[in-house]
Ligand binder design. Sequence first.
Ligand SMILES: Cc1cc2nc3c(=O)[nH]c(=O)nc-3n(C[C@H](O)[C@H](O)[C@H](O)COP(=O)(O)OP(=O)(O)OC[C@H]3O[C@@H](n4cnc5c(N)ncnc54)[C@H](O)[C@@H]3O)c2cc1C
Length: 510
Amino acid sequence: MTSNETKTDVILIGAGIMSATLGTLLKELVPDWEISVFEKLGKPGEESSNEWNNAGTGHAALCELNYTNEKPDGSIDISKAITINEQFQISMQFWSYLVNHKRLHHPQEFIRQLPHMSFVQGDQNVLFLKKRFEALSNNPLFQGMEFSDDPNRIKEWIPLIMEGRTSKDPIAATKIDTGTDVNFGALTRRMFDYLTDTGVHVHYNQSVKDMKRTSDGLWEVKVKNLESGAIESHTAKFVFIGGGGGSLHLLQKTGIPESKHIGGFPVSGLFMVCNNPFVVEQHHAKVYGKAKVGAPPMSVPHLDTRYIDNKKSLLFGPFAGFTPKFLKTGSMFDLVTSIKPNNVLTMLAAGAKEMALTKYLIQQVMLNKDQRMEELREFIPKAKSEDWDLVVAGQRVQVIKDTVEGGKGTLQFGTEVITAEDGSIAALLGASPGASTAVQVMLEVIEKCFPQYRKEWESKIKEMVPSHGSSLMQNRELLRFIHHTTAKTLGFEDEGQENKKSKDPILQEV
Ligand SMILES: Cc1cc2nc3c(=O)[nH]c(=O)nc-3n(C[C@H](O)[C@H](O)[C@H](O)COP(=O)(O)OP(=O)(O)OC[C@H]3O[C@@H](n4cnc5c(N)ncnc54)[C@H](O)[C@@H]3O)c2cc1C
């Protein structure tokens, strides 16, 4: 081994929320393992995990209508909503553990409680929302949700959205006070500060260029130092590819059979941000609407209060867009170079199948500011163009693969963990529900890649995530305990006390 080669236990590629979470979990489970991180940018959390590149919604299916589909018999399927909610509670427990154990400080800088609302117009949508409310509100995970189709009541909740509304169409909304706004950028940076303090070698401006299996079963990772131009080799027993949009290219370089027949399709996002503090002050919620026909699920319009750098702001969007880049800082050749002999048919099949999506994206790209303002006015009828600026958000690379249900070239909207059969390498592809479920997804990586430690690590995992392996929906006692501890540790109780009582009905039960 020459001086510019190193050997380590674990290599994490990319310094986004996923690597931060996996690194922190491993540090708690096996503090003496050597971990190295390689990140091509100069800081952590600069791509999709950055606060300005995503919507900061703690996705718990409290307001996102795409997690509750209407079945052909007219009833509402809430199974996906339950899964997402339980997964978010896992993240909250782990963040709470990290704060409790002084790994993270000042939780209000990365998470705040904020009402989550759904808002719809038109007879059919009002009926759908009512049925959704009835299906969810009896479930302990969604306790405290309110429904109203009374414009006066809705005006009390969201005056900015109701002011100047002249349409006679029926409207309805649901509201639940225990939603969250999460600054995933701040959380990522905090976790990397902690990892650096505990001896993890975090290397910035270092881009991973290649990977191969060595004869002794390790992974050799070739890394380019973007400042000096030098190429270095690092070997590890386990590699996690957490490159966000960059993960697909890296996975393809591994040559593992599991990397074949998978493609990626980039969808970019744009938000409108309000620059008028007077308008910002009139809104206090995340309000999700219904996706337009043909729109992909991640393009559901929403108007969000955000807390970034202790400052309140207001974002509307996302508008979808298209560039062939897989990362915001990526290359115009990303899409083309991701097409390989083993995935070309999958990609072509997806192209033929997804004409509606292509048409939708073209329409979105062609929108000018006036047209975007028209969409915003469906939420804020009196919105003034001069109060709003356009900001470019992150890139999402949707996974395309062959599935039994969808056939060749099926576009996926969730996250996919791809692991080698022997568990020596894992990659995370896809972007939804994304950062909110980072802890559950990284626990899945640990389970798949380190089955030999399952027994040994179980009690520590339970200490960090008490609900691990159990259903919160079926264990009201545990649910109450978790709400109590997370509210206390993450500072929601202090926020609640400003209003003289806790906002969480689970905590008011005796
Ligand atoms: C518009 C938009 C809105 C979203 N809204 C939400 C939301 O409201 N709630 C939510 O939970 N999620 C949301 N998401 C999803 C969420 O942002 C992502 O799922 C999450 O940030 C992905 O984290 P990551 O660590 O996988 O990737 P990233 O944060 O993108 O990090 C990957 C890192 O890898 C680095 N990298 C890439 N290639 C290489 C290489 N070859 N060598 C070295 N480093 C490399 C990159 O520079 C980057 O820093 C949204 C995403 C978008 C785009």
